[in-house]
Design a protein around this ligand. Structure first.
Ligand code: MN
Length: 294
């Protein structure tokens, strides 16, 4: 039986006007390999669909993948990068970075996914870095066009830097198209339907749903029941216990407390961002319960 995750709708407390569908983390599914966070939003024509002022990250990589539209990224190590559909922005937060993101009004609607990869303990304190990749490997598998934007899939390797064995790929297939994709049986996998609908290994998967395939699955047979756009996510099980709170990933409550205070009391330490949003987002109050690693 394939697990189907239906996203929950979240409104983030910034000027982002749109509903966000969050599939990870989810009550039914904590992570897929090192993929610990998955937001999917749009398509939308709303003005200022995404306007997220400066905010920090630690211990993770942010992966931004637009299916349509454009997003302007700024960060505290001096990056200023317009991201277009079919291109990847990858920000390795390491010990700490802040960034801002703003969708551009370019006629095209905004439709994107934003994901986080947990960094393994031995590298989570590295210096922050930013990569933009416009030239990514693509290959046809049956009727599916597969762009491997991060990690590796069936010997197709993305140039983006990763720190654990994983894949992130965009799949596109016309209605009635069929494909059979080889999966690494030692990895966990997920298939997000971002547009259209499919039948995956015999199981219908509707728009915005995430189908999960546990270790032991060695292939994924997909038939598109409508014009389909989706993401294939996978990775070796990420066994480390982590605490994810707000925009931070840490290993203990004490670390989270200190990361929060550091940002709220001296966010200038992270560096400065020159953008046309010109604000920064304070970390919220911590909950009254002890945060537990999971
Ligand atoms: Mn962010």
């Amino acid at each position: 039986m394939t697990l189907i995750v239906e996203p929950r709708i979240v409104k983030i407390s910034t000027r982002t006007e749109i509903d966000i569908r969050r599939s990870l983390p989810h009550a039914k599914l904590g992570r897929i390999g090192a993929w610990v966070f998955l937001d999917h939003f749009g398509p939308t024509n709303q003005v200022d669909g995404m306007v997220v002022a400066s905010h920090p990250h630690t211990g993770l990589q942010t992966v931004t993948w637009p299916f349509a539209g454009q997003v302007h990224h700024h960060d505290t190590i001096g990056s200023s990068q317009v991201l277009r559909a079919g291109e990847l922005n990858l920000m390795t937060a390491g010990r700490g970075i802040a960034h801002s993101e703003k969708s551009l009004q370019v006629g095209a609607e905004l439709h994107a996914a934003q994901l986080w990869l947990a960094l393994p303990d031995n590298v989570r304190g590295i210096a922050p870095s930013f990569e933009h990749h416009a030239d990514l490997p693509k290959k046809e598998f049956g009727d599916a066009s597969v762009t491997v934007f991060i990690g590796e899939f069936a010997a197709v390797v993305s140039p983006a830097q990763v720190f654990s064995p994983l894949v992130g790929a965009e799949l596109r297939m016309p209605v009635d198209g069929q494909t059979q994709l080889p999966l690494n049986p030692e990895w966990q996998h997920g298939l997000l339907v971002a547009q259209g609908s499919v039948v995956a290994n015999g199981q219908p998967v509707g728009l915005n749903e995430l189908a999960y395939f546990d270790i032991g699955s060695s292939d994924l047979e997909i038939t598109a029941t409508e014009d389909f756009v989706g993401l294939l996510l996978g990775g070796a099980p990420f066994e480390e216990k982590i605490i994810m709170w707000w925009n931070f990933i840490a290993r203990s409550q004490e670390e989270i407390v200190s990361m929060r205070e550091h940002w709220n009391l001296s966010h200038e330490d992270f560096g400065t961002i020159v953008d046309d949003i010109g604000e920064w987002i304070r970390a919220p109050e911590l909950p009254n319960v002890t945060l537990r690693a999971r």
